[in-house]
Design a protein. Structure first.
Length: 260
């Protein structure tokens, strides 16, 4: 019962923060001391129920462009269904591809010891990584967790942070994700000038139907759309994944932006 209640609380919180405003961070947050400045996180209402998350469809076609978004969706669904271990594995995959939401959920899971083995220090490190872009909600949760941590936990958290940062920090994870997004989006739009239409599972088709053609099985899509329209849908997911990442924009071709 306790684990089920935890899953509900965490999922509701993450769903509520789906559209939370994110501010830019020009520095990596320090595990040893969370900033006390900034507004207090405001309460938000979830837009989906736990049952809806458990039944959600995660678009396989999105994995090609944004693995962080795809695996975060899988992780939430697995957690809602009660598959904690599978959820953690998917969260770690998403975290490698720049998902701050996944890093936050890992932090909450480890600090509470419900969806992951209890490890407050490791949880603090994940929370610090999640707050790397300066999101006021994530910073608020980190500040609260740090206030309740012992000096021993803080020291161990700093060690964990140092180990996780080279793989999961934005300098590596978000850069890796941007490179893949840019490469696959460019490949998608290469034939746009010729009026090409495409069908990508979960983006402009809920499923692909298998049909026989010339004695071979092929996927038939009844809802092909112009390349530019599908690319726009990919960009919507990219904008959410990269939200708050200083120095980058994600609509259309990625361009450098000045730091605030």
């Amino acid at each position: 019962m306790a684990q089920g209640a935890f899953r509900c609380r965490v999922l509701v919180l993450c769903l509520a923060m789906g559209g939370a405003a994110t501010s830019h961070a020009t520095y990596a947050p320090q595990v040893g001391s969370a900033s006390s400045s900034g507004p207090t996180p405001a309460a938000a209402e979830p837009d989906r129920s736990l049952d809806e998350v458990a039944r959600s469809y995660c678009p396989r076609g999105l994995e090609r462009f944004l693995p962080g978004s795809y695996y975060y969706c899988v992780a939430r669904r697995e957690l809602a269904q009660g598959h904690a271990a599978r959820s953690v594995a998917a969260l770690e995959q998403a975290a490698r591809w720049g998902s701050k939401q996944a890093q936050f959920l890992l932090g909450v899971g480890y600090t509470r010891g419900d969806s992951a083995p209890l490890d407050r220090a490791r949880g603090l490190a994940w929370l610090a990584l999640a707050a790397e872009r300066g999101d006021v909600v994530y910073l608020g949760v980190l500040k609260s967790a740090m206030a309740q941590a012992s000096d021993e936990d803080k020291a161990e958290a700093a060690r964990w942070y140092g180990q996780l940062l080279p793989t999961y920090g934005d300098e590596m994870a978000a850069t890796r994700a941007e490179r893949r997004y840019r490469r696959e989006r460019d490949a998608l739009t290469r034939n746009e000038a010729y009026g090409a239409q495409v069908c990508i599972d979960g983006l402009n088709a809920s499923h692909l139907e298998a049909v026989q053609e010339n004695g071979r099985d092929n996927n038939f899509c009844p809802s092909r759309q112009p390349v530019w329209l599908v690319a726009r849908q990919v960009d919507v997911h990219a904008a959410e994944l990269f939200q708050g990442w200083a120095g980058h924009v994600t609509v259309g071709e990625l361009q450098k932006a000045s730091r605030p």
